[in-house]
Design a protein around this ligand. Structure first.
Ligand code: DAT
Ligand code: MG
Length: 148
């Protein structure tokens, strides 16, 4: 089953949105495979956002993502990578449709509440950056017979 890396950003943690965001993916029918509250070291932040290292906002982005605890998660399910991106909403808040996480909770492009992997390659890369194999849980979820 496909896996993706999702993370409630420091603004989402401070705004008490962890439960709200976890609930959306749970209710959708996806399965939580790993989760931890952590403060991201700046070296990890620079690796995670490496594709943006030449952008003018890179320094600000690294400062923001390391500014407080994040809630890092691995979620599992059919087409979970693309579907989670849809559930998150667009990067720019003015393009994020109401009903999506960013559409409902984000106002600025920087403080947009959630990160999610944008492709199978980035999902694998980001899961490996944030989680060791022994930090993920492989288990049977009985309600999935009613999802699939
Ligand atoms: P996404 O988070 O939707 O994958 P991205 O990978 O293009 O978006 O950018 C990563 C983060 O960087 C994004 O969530 C917020 C920030 N960011 C993107 N574009 C920005 C900009 N023009 N100014 C400031 N921050 C920006
Ligand atoms: Mg991205």
């Amino acid at each position: 089953m496909e896996k993706t890396f999702l993370m409630v950003k420091p603004d989402g943690v401070q705004r008490n949105l962890v439960g709200e965001i976890v609930a959306r993916f749970e209710r959708k029918g996806f399965k939580l495979a790993g989760a931890k509250l952590m403060v991201i070291p700046s070296t990890l932040a620079e690796q995670h956002y490496g594709e943006h290292s030449d952008k003018p906002f890179f320094g600000e982005l690294v400062d923001f993502i390391t500014s407080g605890p994040v809630f890092a998660m691995v979620w599992e399910g059919e087409e979970v990578i693309a579907t989670a991106r849809q559930m998150m909403g667009a990067t720019k808040p003015q393009d994020a449709v109401p009903g999506t996480i960013r559409g409902d909770f984000g106002v600025t492009v920087g403080k947009n509440v959630i990160h999610g992997s944008d492709s199978p390659e980035s999902a694998e890369r980001e899961i490996n950056l944030f989680f060791n194999e022994d930090q993920m849980v492989d288990y049977k979820k009985e309600n999935l017979a009613w999802v699939y």
